[in-house]
Design a protein around this ligand. Sequence first.
Ligand SMILES: Cc1ncc(C[n+]2csc(CCOP(=O)(O)OP(=O)(O)O)c2C)c(N)n1
Ligand SMILES: [Mg+2]
Length: 588
Amino acid sequence: MNSSATTTDRDSRARPPPRTDRDVLAPVRAIAPRISGADLIVRLLERQGVTTVAGIPGGAVLPLYDALARAGTIRHVLARHEQGAGFIAQGMARATGRPGVCIASSGPGATNLITAIADAKLDSIPLVAITGQVSRPLIGTDAFQEVNTFGISLPVTKHNYLVRSARDLLDIVPTAFTIAASGRPGPVLIDVPKDVQNELVEVAEWPRPGAPEAPRAASEDALDTAAEMIESAERPILYLGGGVVGADAASAALSLAERSSLPTVMTLMGLGCVPADHPLALGMLGMHGAPYTNHALDECDLLIAVGARFDDRATGKLAEFCPRAAVIHVDVDAAELGKLRTAELAIAADARFVLERLLPRVGAQPRSKWLARVRELKRAHPLKMPRLDSLRSPYGVVRAVAAALDDDALVTTDVGQHQMWVAQAYPLRRARQWLTSGGLGTMGFGLPAAIGAALAHPERTVVSFSGDGSILMNLQEFATAAEQRANVKVVLMNNRSLGLVYQQQTLFYGRRTFASEYARTPDFVALMRGFGVDALDLERAADPRRALAEALRAPGPCLIHAPIATQEQVLPMVPPGAANTEMILSEA
Ligand SMILES: Cc1ncc(C[n+]2csc(CCOP(=O)(O)OP(=O)(O)O)c2C)c(N)n1
Ligand SMILES: [Mg+2]
């Protein structure tokens, strides 16, 4: 979609705006009231059902902010950095499945949003980003706070617009919501010059709100073939990715797994689709997956990949991934099919559509031999989680937090060892419970995403596992959390290092740990006082477990400081480029 947007927008900047369908379908009546582009955006957002947006104002977007102020219908969450606003919007989107909305000004406001937009692109998260731009006559003059936001965002958006006339907003805004949420979801950026925000237009008729397109269907033939392949397989494995979450297909996946006795692996993005403690759940595959998970994949004869994209962190050395398996690959994005692994059966369709229609096509199968073999693999190649009962050990902290919460709690993470410890050890039991930056792996994601999730589900607890490196990347959002009284609990696993880097240097660079250990770390508990946020230091608490449970129960934001030894490693680990069966199993 980007390519068409580029050519259209680039080539026609100097020309008058093209006529749109709306010009033809909805002729403007002379008596219609005149409304500014900024007011139009607010009305169109209201019509989309948007109740909360996150952003930071600035000169080029002030008309829109004024329209938000005058309307008073949409809650605006004032972030402290535009990347925070982008991740707050993402948190709302990931927790609900509906597009999140963020707003930034031109120039540095827009560039600060880019990482959050790229993150949404790689994880297929529906997002609508609205940026202010310098007025049309100034575009291309290096005006104050002018950057080519359209150009910069082009490769990291699903679609983007530079709006050339206020009238075009009537098409662009609803279409942006449709594109963001349809098929494979993703971020859409709308760049609106200041004079377009101020431009008055007559609106005779309002467009319909943009809704997701109907789910993409699969052919009866493809469904029949898939069912036959599943029926006749001896050692099938279901491989679920983030696309299953995006398509709200988790319960359909579980039903199919149960009907046909399919051991099920999940990608980092797919965790929660099948409850972690379900007998068929094999947990996360790949670089930090359980040894038995990767061994089971090595033995399977049919891999049923749904909404998963054979990412290198999941597959390890691709040529040796599931070497004995035929592949059924279901993905709503046809571009994913055959991209990395040729499938014996490739189905470009909605995950839920396919899974729900496969269910009546497959018979109940006990698969006792294969399930017995999988149990044997579990015994022979367990996931070791040492010192589970200690609050000084990573797994112990994760399990203690989980034990104090129920399944309603949402979990976000930052990026690093702590993210993988949580992925391995937290008993995730439902889709949309788990919000993590998978594709881009963005440090700084956790806190603002948790704020967004808490805004979407104010009645729930949101726990964000973070690292001492990651938390400093969007620390300023504690001010937002305090202001919003967001029910966010940050569990800071402080190993005084960029732990995952430290681990890789230890394992793969001759122990030359360089630029990964902090000579000084801040007093995080004291920092929280500055933000007006409660803090608990597990090291100093007389009864840490009780203090932890109380901190998690108390409403509002809180930081829980959990010191961890720098030398702790997240294992197993598949060395980059190696096959998933060549895991490093013990500490080096
Ligand atoms: C924005 C960003 N910069 C750099 C990296 C590379 N990186 C991946 S993990 C990591 C260390 C993270 O440290 P911390 O947050 O303390 O987590 P830990 O591994 O110690 O648990 C780094 C630097 C990244 N993922 N994101
Ligand atoms: Mg760290």
